[in-house]
Design a protein. Structure first.
Lengths: 466, 102
């Protein structure tokens, strides 16, 4: 029996109390018991800079080592933004490559800077100066690399990258991607879209450079925030991919997160002890109200809670780690989302939350005079109704004389419903915020088109399959 | 009262996006020696004298907003008693925002 009496918690004060701050003034390092402490982690653990840096290096190498996914000779693309996480990542890799280190890292590394300045409202000159600052920084850390504009993520063709060493070629206004972002109404969806496009670009550049792994520098605090905001955004089904050590949604290229055990405080102290500078560019929601986007509000929630209860970040983070994707592989054809490439989570099953959402949407759309009884009855057949109604006329418009030659494809027009069918729930929400007048990016149209013709083909040959 | 303290010259620096709220990244300050300067008093002084706008993005109650780290001479302020720390001449106080995009 639980011995806690409910009556004990009648007032707020008796609920969980914030961490008590222990006396850490003038403390010495817990690890070496010699030097004066310079940093406090987890409220009470005091470290001197030497022990802190040694622990950081060890943690980084342990994260990579434990996974057993990275082979010594792998060629790796490192996504670098100039901010704290990726600067520390580059520094740790460089340190691990030096001759003096036991079991030194031998990766073939390439650094990639994704220039998203246009979307963040920077002028061409500002972007140029950011790129040259990145060039200096990457050089200072002993790497060379490439830069690519976010605009390239919108096309199906191979992304145009240019070496950081060369003076940035004439940056265009990147009007395509700016237009697309302007057509998205909410900051929540803008941030989502920016993230998805960046990921896509990292993958496609890795592919064209022949790298088999991508390192991104998401830290524990970022991931804890991502876990909560992604659940709020209906991306729960993809959580293990979005926040785990490895993102294996692409078969040939894996995204790894070797910085996932570092909190933001640790990153900042690492930079400070090594006297490393970061390049700070304001983000989409910098200096805006906390309610601007779900991501920003979640960040506020997590950081504020974490100052009172220091275990918040690790509690969220460790819980997220335990989640895994259910076995949806029962159907032998795994459909993936056209934008984020995660497994589609939009298959209706009985009593799924998606069904409940659609039901509620249906009822709301009916209005007070609508025949709710009838609608509720039809919902049982909801998925099949959509399939039957939406697909048939579309197939007619797509095929020219019943073949799938290019002539027919030009005439093909993407209907919103049809397009949605190839997106996961989270990505559908992004496009719900997109101005209906704005056209859907090239690469999405292409991939949906391919998907449709594949489906057609599959249907045609279905009778011949055993 | 006034004779007990000298004027205090310190350096205050903002980084990690916190500089967006201020005119300058690095500030050499000469604080009048009327009474003892604690970090907490410095925080309020910064709010009244250096902060351009949006104090809620820098302070929360009588301390810094969660997500901003404070370092005095590269040392964590949690080791120094936080707001109670008494500033000494030529101290360097560093405010670093860890929040996304500052």
């Amino acid at each position: 029996m639980c011995s806690v009496n409910d009556a004990e918690f009648e007032t707020d004060d008796e609920l969980m109390q914030p961490d008590e701050v222990p006396q850490t003034e003038g403390a010495i390092c817990k690890k070496c018991n010699e030097n004066n402490a310079e940093v406090v982690l987890r409220v009470k653990d005091t470290y001197c800079s030497t022990c802190f840096l040694a622990a950081s290096t060890h943690k980084f190498r342990a994260t990579i080592g434990k996974s057993k996914l990275v082979r010594p000779t792998d060629s790796i693309l490192i996504g670098h933004s100039g901010k704290a996480g990726s600067t520390v990542l580059l520094h740790l890799i460089k340190a691990g490559m030096s001759e003096a280190v036991h079991k030194r890292l031998m990766y073939k590394t390439t650094v990639l800077y994704v220039d998203d300045g246009a979307v963040l409202g920077q002028t061409v000159d500002q972007r140029k100066s950011t790129i040259s600052a990145i060039r200096e920084q990457v050089h200072g850390l002993g790497f060379t690399g490439y830069a690519v504009s976010l605009n390239e993520s919108l096309h199906s063709s191979e992304p145009k990258i240019y070496p950081l060493d060369e003076e940035a070629e004439d940056l265009k206004g990147d009007s395509d991607v700016v237009d697309l972002f302007n057509a998205v109404s909410s900051y929540t969806s803008k941030e989502e879209l920016l993230h998805k496009l960046r990921q896509k670009l990292l993958i496609s550049v890795a592919r064209s450079l022949g790298c088999c792994k991508v390192f991104t520098a998401d830290g524990a605090t970022d991931l804890a925030i991502t876990i909560l905001s992604n659940i709020a955004l209906g991306r729960g089904a993809q959580l293990p991919l979005d926040v785990g050590f490895v993102d294996s949604r692409e078969l040939d290229i894996k995204i790894l997160r070797p910085m996932r055990d570092f909190t933001r405080k640790e990153l900042i102290y690492y930079l400070n002890f090594h006297k490393l500078e970061t390049i700070q560019t304001p983000g989409l929601t910098t200096k805006k109200e906390p309610y601007t986007s779900i991501q920003k509000l979640t960040e506020k929630f997590v950081t504020e809670l974490n100052t009172e209860f220091s275990g918040t970040v690790s509690a969220i983070f460790r819980t997220g780690e335990k989640l895994s994707i259910g076995n949806l592989e029962a159907s032998n054809l795994i459909e993936t989302c056209a934008l984020c490439r995660a497994q589609l989570d939009t298959v209706f099953t009985n009593t799924s939350s998606l069904q409940a959402t659609e039901f509620s949407k249906l009822i709301s759309a009916e209005g007070p005079k609508g025949n709710i009884g009838k609608a509720a009855f039809e919902l049982k057949k909801f998925p099949c109704v959509i399939d039957a109604a939406e697909n048939v006329p579309l197939r007619d418009s797509k095929n020219c004389d019943n073949c799938s030659c290019s002539k027919g494809k030009e005439k093909f027009e993407m209907s919103a419903k049809n397009f949605e069918k190839y997106l996961c729930y989270g990505c559908r929400l992004i496009f719900k915020d997109l101005d209906k007048q704005h056209s859907i990016p090239d690469f999405l149209q292409n991939s949906v088109r391919q998907r449709i013709s594949l489906d057609d083909m599959r249907e045609e040959i279905a009778d011949f399959l055993l | 009262m006034t004779s007990g303290y000298k004027d205090l010259s310190i350096t205050v620096e903002f980084r990690g996006g916190a500089e967006l709220l201020f005119e300058k990244k690095k500030n050499e300050l000469n604080l009048p020696g009327d009474e003892e300067w604690t970090l907490r008093r410095l925080l309020f002084w910064i709010r009244d004298n250096l902060l351009k706008d949006r104090p809620e993005l820098f302070l929360l109650g009588d301390t810094v907003r969660p997500g901003i780290l404070v370092l005095v001479n590269d040392e964590d302020w949690e080791l120094l008693g936080q707001g109670e720390y008494k500033l000494k001449p030529r101290d360097t106080v560093l405010f670093i925002s860890t929040l996304h995009g500052g």
